[in-house]
Design a protein around this ligand. Structure first.
Ligand SMILES: [Zn+2]
Length: 600
């Protein structure tokens, strides 16, 4: 770590242009003190939202406030993340966070007050010219009306919300703080520390003894707490079921999907499409067994490690830029021009420096550049990360430049589509242009593994999540035994006859935090599926490309399912989801052929 340089040692051209948000701290302070003035016109309308003009005024004031507060937040967190050790940056961030909480409380009256009006009144305002820009906001609000309770009941539920999140919090405390794991041992007898944080990287190891040992250590730790963990999961699941019942939804699944207006049939189609594709997945696992040299003994700790040799390749930033730019060619000249400016106008914070936040993300705010924090070291994986984050940033840029402030952000359901599409385009570009068999094998393995981790694994999780909610809805209890038995069979069905699963995989559900998120993981799988299809579509011609660009420009101006359908991918159609797996089928085939040539 000692060779990690200080931030000041880098060329500012390689760092994001935070000065374009505010030229200096004083400018930030000047906006910060405006918050009370921006809040005043909103609170002045409390109890007075009785006409289209008043609602338009409150929404407009809310937008004006949001524009400034979001900008203040962007600057504060950009400054903080590039050097987490600077107290002044942390203090600025704490101040804007506190304002967020305060503002949240102050504006909380708006929607309930509108919803308290008779439905006919809200409906009659829909076509009021003052509210033209806010028509969709009102429509969304009106959808919620049948599931909104009386003011007293809402207050009660609001007061209990902290209580409902206790199981999830306790899960976090137990598994991250209280739980202890024994060390794992590698083939040479050396010890390795096991934690939730290191477990995955241990499973990626080429050393099979280490993988097996890490698996044993993790599951011994969890196994000691199975009754507690079952009770916590039951508690969290019960809160979802209760919320669905009191809000008059047919079930917990329907309640969770309601916000995005996703029909439950999409969820069911995903499950059935992935189940149909399991034979291809099993072929891939057979290929895994063959190239890991484990014969008929492929176990659950052999599913993550790469089956192809490492590619020792360092891609400098210039080369990375060339590849990423070339890969976006199918998206057309307009898109490419913006991509070019991302490199010349300092959207990226490229290199690691002392104190910088780890990982990578895309961030931004309406009217600002969509910045990307990277820790670029030049691995092939890093190049894919750049393509991924740029996908997010371009989605933000295009949505914000084509939508009003209120609909400028895309919803979570759509969040990973643009990023994954750009990864798929980079994959295709490199497969077209790179001849090294080693590199090609790496790319194919990377793609197969993304399918395994995103389409297959997340859908398996989605199926599990549905079952535990249904257990409660059928009046059955969630116990460690009942859930583990179900999970073992589910895991066996997904992985097929080739995997001789260690019995302890039955308790894998105990360590997955997402099972507390109320039907979240399926979005990873639908997003990934849509991205595979979009990547193919944009390479098929300008019509497909333009429809996809329409998706990137639409922000949250339509329901998520309509947004992707209008762009050419109908996620409610099971056949469409089945087609998404075609890319996996051909990647497995190509990888098998390539590995057989022994050039790898
Ligand atoms: Zn992402």
């Amino acid at each position: 770590m000692s060779q990690v340089k200080h931030r000041s040692e880098f060329d500012p051209a390689d760092q994001w242009d935070v000065d374009s948000v505010y030229p200096n701290v004083e400018a930030w302070e000047a906006d910060f003190v405006r918050i009370p003035d921006l809040l005043a016109p909103i609170t002045a309308l409390k109890g007075k939202l009785d006409s289209p003009a008043a609602v338009a005024a409150v929404y407009r004031a809310e937008d004006e406030l949001g524009k400034i507060v979001g900008k203040l937040y962007l600057y504060a967190h950009m400054r903080e993340d590039v050097d987490l050790s600077v107290g002044e940056n942390q203090a600025r961030m704490a101040r804007i966070r506190a304002q967020y909480a305060r503002i949240g409380g102050e504006v909380a009256f708006i929607n309930p007050q509108i919803l308290a009006l008779p439905e006919e009144t809200i409906r009659s305002w829909m076509d009021a010219p003052e509210l033209a820009e806010y028509r969709r906001s009102l429509q969304l609000l009106l959808r919620e009306k049948p599931h909104t309770l009386s003011e007293q009941e809402e207050t009660l539920l609001g007061m209990a919300s902290d209580l409902f999140s206790t199981p999830h919090e306790a899960f976090g405390k137990l598994t991250n703080a209280d739980m202890k794991f024994t060390d794992a041992t590698d083939a040479a007898g050396a010890s390795h520390q096991v934690s939730n944080g290191t477990f995955y990287s241990l499973l990626l190891s080429k050393d099979r003894d280490l993988r097996r040992s890490a698996f044993g250590a993790i599951y011994a730790g969890y196994g000691d707490h199975q009754n507690t963990l079952a009770t916590l999961l039951a508690g969290s699941t019960k809160s979802h079921v209760l919320n669905a019942r009191v809000r008059k939804f047919p079930g917990a699944l329907e309640a969770s999907l309601f916000r995005d207006n996703i029909d439950p049939s999409v969820y069911m189609s995903l499950i059935s499409a992935v189940n149909q594709a399991l034979p291809v997945f099993h072929e891939y696992l057979a290929l895994r067994a063959e190239y890991l040299g484990v014969g008929d003994d492929l176990n659950v700790w052999d599913l993550h490690t790469s089956i192809v040799p490492e590619v020792s390749l360092t891609v400098d930033w210039k080369q990375c830029r060339e590849w990423v730019e070339a890969s976006t060619r199918p998206l057309g000249p307009d898109y490419q021009r913006i991509v070019e400016s991302s490199f010349t106008e300092r959207w990226y914070d490229i290199y690691e420096n002392k104190g910088k936040r780890s990982g990578a993300y895309s961030t931004g705010h309406y009217g600002e550049k969509p910045f990307m924090l990277l820790n670029y070291h030049g691995t092939l994986n890093d190049v894919f990360t750049v393509a991924h984050e740029l996908g997010h940033s371009m989605h933000s840029w295009l949505s914000q430049h084509n939508q009003p402030f209120r609909y400028g952000d895309y919803p979570i359901f759509l969040a990973e589509i643009a990023s994954t599409t750009n990864e798929a385009l980079l994959h295709d570009h490199l497969m077209r242009t790179q001849e090294s068999p080693k590199l090609r094998a790496y790319l194919l393995n990377h793609l197969c593994d993304s399918f395994r981790g995103t389409m297959f694994r997340q859908t398996m999780f989605a199926e599990f999540e549905l079952e535990i909610h249904r257990m409660l809805e059928r009046g059955e209890a969630i116990t460690a035994d009942a859930v583990s038995k179900y999970y073992y069979d589910l895991n066996a069905r997904y992985h097929g006859p080739k995997v001789k699963a260690d019995d302890r995989i039955a308790i894998e559900w105990m360590r997955i935090p997402h099972f507390y998120y109320n039907f979240y993981v399926y979005k990873y799988a639908t997003g990934f599926a849509a991205a595979q299809l979009f990547a193919r579509q944009v390479q098929s011609g300008t019509e497909g490309r333009d429809r996809y660009l329409g998706f990137l420009k639409s922000g949250s101006s339509k329901d998520p399912l309509d947004t992707v359908r209008d762009a050419g991918v109908d996620l409610a159609d099971p056949v469409v989801l089945t087609k998404a797996v075609d890319g996996f089928r051909s990647a497995v085939k190509e990888l098998r052929e390539l590995l057989a040539t022994s050039a790898v």
